[in-house]
Write a protein of this length. Structure first.
Length: 286
């Protein structure tokens, strides 16, 4: 970044030009998008505003802050952690390094759950992290939701998002490991558990393996132990006719189905694929 610093007298156009070139040189995958998002965040404007006001002069303090953010991005810090926000299911969410960054593929889990939720249902969101699942379900349904996480730091972020979207009357937080200490009966259980195997971690992008919380990424065993744990407990918590929805890895469909048949032989299961045709959600009806 030192070769192309953001000058104190930068305009929107010159700042973006320098930033994009620096990010490209560092082989950052989305240099233009990242440069725009970070500058728009600092200016509290939209990305479209940047291109409508190319000659807008940055205050020296803003230029310095932009330089700092770009240097952090060049070290692969995720943009969402730099801005403190990420959109999910059409809603803005606070994020921090204490929680996974919400991803578009997880929206399928919300869509499938919403199709099954009925008025008055109780839902458990296991491993809530930022609360993106619980809050999205609450905003789009009348369900009562219990959101759990083993991390108190994650629960703090989830509480901020619950307050942000005014769903505190629907969503209650609980510090728990998977379904430990919970009792039923409930209508639906949803979860995006740690499903990456330790052997796979080194193959993940640097933005993920170096910055996102490892405990939320991997079970430390084989990528399937958390899924198996949910399957073992779900039958005693779910009502008859209830549903279990678990996000899985892109190639875990067969293994997840085998676990489901072992632990829940009386339930019916299927794997739903995402828009890319990859295994994404294990869906069971009890």
């Amino acid at each position: 970044m030192a070769k192309r610093p953001v000058p104190p007298s930068a305009t929107v156009k010159s700042a973006l030009t320098n930033a994009i070139l620096a990010l490209k040189a560092a082989a950052i995958e989305t240099p233009r998008l990242d440069a725009e998002v970070l500058l728009a965040h600092l200016l509290r404007q939209s990305r479209a505003w940047l291109y409508a006001h190319p000659e807008y002069a940055l205050a020296p303090q803003t230029a310095r802050r932009y330089q700092t953010l770009l240097e952090q991005r060049l070290r692969h810090t995720p943009v969402a952690y730099l801005t403190g926000e990420r959109e999910f299911f059409g809603l803005p969410f606070f994020v921090s390094p204490a929680v996974l960054i919400p991803r578009p593929e997880t929206e399928l889990l919300v869509e499938l759950a919403l199709k099954r939720i009925r008025a008055g249902d109780t839902v458990i969101d296991v491993g809530t992290g930022s609360g993106c699942l619980a809050v999205s379900l609450a905003v789009n349904s009348a369900a009562r939701i219990i959101a759990t996480d083993i991390s108190t730091a994650a629960l703090s972020i989830a509480q901020k998002n619950i307050s942000r979207h005014n769903v505190g009357n629907q969503v209650k937080l609980l510090c728990a490991n998977l379904l430990t200490g919970l009792s039923g009966p409930v209508n639906i259980i949803v979860s995006n558990p740690p499903y990456i195997s330790p052997a796979t971690l080194p193959t993940l992008p640097a933005t993920v393996r170096q910055f996102e919380p490892r405990r939320a990424l991997t079970d430390g065993v084989d990528g399937l132990s958390a899924i198996a744990g949910l399957l073992r407990v779900a039958p005693r918590i779910l009502k008859a006719g209830g549903h279990l929805l678990i996000e899985t890895g892109a190639s875990q469909g067969d293994a997840a189905l085998e676990l489901a048949q072992t632990h829940c032989p009386r339930a019916g299961f299927e794997i739903r694929r995402d828009l890319a045709g990859k295994d994404r959600v294990l869906v069971g009806r009890f």
